[in-house]
Design a protein around this ligand. Structure first.
Ligand SMILES: NC(=O)c1ccc[n+]([C@@H]2O[C@H](COP(=O)([O-])OP(=O)(O)OC[C@H]3O[C@@H](n4cnc5c(N)ncnc54)[C@H](O)[C@@H]3O)[C@@H](O)[C@H]2O)c1
Length: 318
């Protein structure tokens, strides 16, 4: 299996690459990102390339002929796409069109695993979304993801490629530092206290969010790379079985001393974006398609402690 990961230097791209290496699951892996991703130890050849997904020539290098699976993670994330409309459109929409165009040029249509988002839905805090819920995004990032999903679905129907679009929940606990996603605080309110650091809480403790661990997100991507897509039919979008939790429930996994480091700091800008995202999905179809469900908050905490705490401490010099 010849695999390309676009956005392969990012958070989930890096984790998926390590998982493929540990499994010996590929015959060749190309990691592509804006800057050339660092090398990866693997039992198969790994090529690391600098490639902007909006650049057709760069995509020819990133997706060589014979590629079986393209995992398309390259994106301008939520708050950044809201702040810079042109950049969001260029990367999230036109970049995906360029990926489709490249896949059309391959001798054999590849599997394309695309990461869409809960942000492609509206509905807000009180919604429980069924599998056939309409995508009505309340932000530009979500609109770009939903549009990209439609184009991938049509390209699948036409036999140009074979897409699975996973509408990822907010992935927590993200290692490293806060980033430009509007949901950055959802990880920060656990990660920073676990590192002994103070962190602001921009929403109320009643605020609920649809989450999954990085390990499970990677598990879903891995499943989508090789699953039988016949049962998907025309509908290439999947709402995977994440976990609906309130901020209060999340903070419940911290010690009292750690919890005291989370300081209320209401932020209308963040609330305006994340308040529109639905916090619960039925996710019945995804379970039937073999996507594993997210166990509770304790499992999410354990995943961070096992996979990412030491590396985060080292990266931040703590
Ligand atoms: N992490 C989450 O909570 C979450 C939730 C929902 C959806 N998603 C989606 O999952 C995917 C991966 O998320 P992540 O958390 O790993 O994000 P990330 O920001 O860590 O990784 C994305 C990568 O894309 C790269 N990129 C940006 N513009 C590019 C371009 N023009 N050409 C090539 N590469 C480019 C970035 O350099 C980065 O390394 C994204 O598509 C994101 O929208 C993530």
């Amino acid at each position: 299996m010849r695999v390309t990961i676009l956005g392969g230097g990012g958070f989930l791209g890096r984790k998926l690459a390590r998982r493929l290496a540990a499994e010996g699951a590929a015959t060749h892996l190309t990691l592509a990102d804006m800057a050339e991703p660092p090398p990866l130890d693997a039992p198969f050849p790994v090529t690391c390339v600098a490639a902007d997904v909006t650049d057709a020539a760069a995509l020819e290098r990133a997706i060589p002929d014979g590629t079986d699976v393209v995992v398309h993670l390259a994106a301008v994330v939520s708050a950044a796409a809201e702040a810079d409309y042109d950049l969001g459109l260029a990367v999230n929409l036109r970049g995906t069109l360029a990926v489709i165009e490249r896949c059309r040029g391959l001798a054999r249509p590849p599997r394309v695993v695309f990461t869409s988002s809960v942000a492609s839905f509206g509905g807000g805090q009180d919604a429980m979304l069924p599998d056939d819920a309409r995508q009505l995004p309340a932000n530009s990032y979500g609109a770009q993801k939903a549009a990209a999903e439609l184009l991938l679905q049509d390209a699948s129907r036409r036999g140009m490629l074979d897409a699975v679009s996973i509408r990822l929940p907010t992935v927590i606990i993200r290692p490293g530092r806060p980033n430009k996603a509007a949901s950055s605080f959802v990880s920060a309110i656990l990660r920073e206290p676990l590192l002994g650091l103070e962190t602001p809480l921009p929403v109320a403790e009643e605020f609920r969010v649809w989450v999954c661990s990085p390990r499970l997100a990677v598990e879903w991507l891995r499943h989508a790379m090789t699953m039988d897509t016949a049962p998907l039919g025309l509908d290439r979008g999947v709402n995977p079985p994440g976990l609906c939790v309130s901020v209060r429930e999340m903070l419940g996994v911290l010690s009292p001393a750690q919890r005291a480091l989370v300081r209320p700091a209401p932020d209308a800008g963040v609330q305006a974006i994340v308040g529109g995202w639905p916090a619960a999905f039925a996710a019945t179809r995804a379970r039937a398609l073999g996507f594993a469900p997210q166990p509770g908050m304790d499992a999410i905490l354990a995943t961070f402690l096992e996979d990412d705490l030491a590396a985060t401490r080292a990266e931040r010099g703590l």
